[in-house]
Design a protein around this ligand. Structure first.
Ligand code: GDG
Length: 465
């Protein structure tokens, strides 16, 4: 079996006892443990003079290989091109997309630097699996220095419609870099279609459906590769078990007691403008305006740990949410009831599982999201005998699979309020039917299926010959 080498922007050596490991880390680790290999990327540290070689931490058959970033690289590559150019553009937010040549050069420079540091660690038969928008040029850079390995890339964000992508000054370079991989994976068929449309109509490449139906052969920029959707998922069964246990913890009990018979709506998101939080707060406001019987009887718990706090747009959205929650609470709160509980901090996975289980409604309303794992986690954490209802944005990748949620348009504030009212009053039979249908999907496609499908597609490379 070939060794797997995983490359992602952040590598956090995982303390397995810790509850905070996210789904991706769990999935990647399981694969790495099976095949042995390397997990390579940024350490998360910014230093004045980064060491020239990666720091290597062997754990069994797996080696963590991490590099520190210089301040300038952190600014140009990470805060700059990755998070101020590609992230907003890939989330269809042209108005928030900042472009300058300095950041683009920094992005290319760090990708080339990282590729040159990984190359000496590679063995001939290794498969290299690169993750996310920070590292699109990584594979091309590896090829430029003579690495002929099988290389795959998975995009965790949406892929933008070509009409938006062409606004990026170096769009052709970015797509050419994607075509340096042997397999390019997206969450949804919508993302895949956007990529295919770019290849057909902008790059003038050819696209042929694979005879086995598993994606498409792409011929472009002098290469042949496979493009396919691989909807990421969660570690379903362990989460079901965790939620059952978490239902009885002291913390979950305290949350339940604090509700004194009221219903809880829950949202859990990184504090990011892609998650539609202002619109979500407005929708809850609208629920209280249009359905006044909910006043004093329904609370909304929004957990939003801060992220990317150095980027101005993230500072702005934080302020906006503070103003909005203050305004809504000021308007409706009573001496014994606060409508919005807005928390800028993170909780353990166990705590979140307990909170999800207690909540009558999971409110997941991104304006655009690659998949959105919270939607899937909320469903998996429900009590099968008395499940809550998921209200889900049509613009989350998860909506392609979770059609039994109440699907909403997050821009349409009043219709989201209507959906919340419907969720809060939904009969048990309907709640169960929807829950069972969604659990069927989550059991069929869990995180191991996602990982196996991608690794199998990569093992079949090269597709050139
Ligand atoms: C990107 C894409 C795609 C959140 N708060 C806490 C916490 N979380 C966990 C959630 C979930 C994860 O973080 C967030 O995943 P999402 O998928 O919802 O969103 P992004 O962070 O934007 O992820 C997204 C994903 O990559 C995977 O490809 O689905 O579209 O944007 O697991 O539970 N975990 C803990 N405490 C918190 O307070 N422990």
């Amino acid at each position: 079996m070939s060794r797997l080498v995983v490359v992602s922007n952040r590598v956090a050596p995982i303390d397995e006892g810790k509850q905070s490991a996210g789904g991706l880390a769990v999935a990647v680790l399981a694969a790495l443990k099976k095949t042995g290999g390397i997990w390579f990327g940024w350490s998360g540290d910014v230093v004045a003079a980064p060491p020239s070689a990666p720091s290597l931490t062997p754990v069994g058959k797996l080696t963590y290989a991490t590099l520190d970033l210089a301040k300038r690289d952190y600014e140009e590559y990470y805060n700059g091109y990755a998070n101020s150019t590609l992230w907003p553009l890939f989330h269809f937010r042209l108005g928030l997309t900042n472009f300058n040549r300095r950041n683009y050069a920094g992005y290319q420079r760090v990708n080339a630097l990282f590729a040159s540091k990984l190359a000496p660690l590679l063995q001939p038969d290794d498969m290299v699996w690169v993750h996310d928008y920070h590292l699109i040029p990584f594979g091309e850079q590896l090829r430029l220095i003579g690495m002929g390995h099988r290389m795959g890339f998975f995009l965790h964000t949406p892929f933008p419609a070509p009409e938006l992508l062409v606004a990026l000054p170096n769009h052709a370079d970015i797509v050419r870099a994607l075509c340096a991989y042997d397999v390019v994976g997206f969450h949804t068929t919508t993302d895949l279609r956007c990529f295919i449309n770019y290849i057909r109509f902008e790059a003038r490449g050819t696209v042929t459906e694979r005879p086995d139906g598993e994606g498409y052969f792409i011929n472009a920029f002098g290469r042949t590769l496979v493009a396919r959707s691989f909807p990421i998922s969660i570690d379903t069964e362990p989460l079901v078990t965790l939620a059952k246990q978490a239902a009885r913890t002291r913390q979950t009990e305290r949350l339940r007691e604090s509700l004194v018979g009221r219903d809880l709506i829950i949202g859990v998101d990184r504090l990011d403008y892609s998650k539609g939080l202002p619109q979500r707060f407005e929708s809850f406001h609208c629920l209280l305006e249009n359905y006044p019987a909910n006043r004093g009887h329904v609370s909304f718990l929004q957990i939003a740990p801060p992220s990317r706090s150095d980027v101005p747009e993230y500072i702005a959205i934080r302020k906006e949410l503070e103003t909005l929650s203050g305004h809504i609470n000021g308007r409706f709160a009573e001496f014994d009831w606060v409508p919005i509980r807005y928390l800028n901090k993170s909780f353990t996975r166990r705590s979140l599982a307990g909170f999800f289980r207690v909540s009558a409604v999971g409110l997941v309303t991104p304006l655009r999201d690659g998949m959105n794992l919270v939607a899937k986690e909320y469903v998996a954490c429900q009590d099968p005998e008395d499940p809550g209802v998921l209200v889900l944005s049509r613009f989350a990748g998860a909506a392609e699979e979770l059609g039994d949620a109440l699907i909403v348009n997050p821009y349409d504030i009043e219709s989201v309020a209507d959906a919340l009212q419907r969720a809060l009053t939904m009969p048990l039979d309907e709640r169960k039917a929807r829950y069972n249908a969604m659990m069927e999907v989550l059991r069929r496609n869990d995180i191991s299926v996602w990982r196996e499908n991608f690794v199998t597609a990569l093992a079949g490379a090269p597709y050139d010959s």
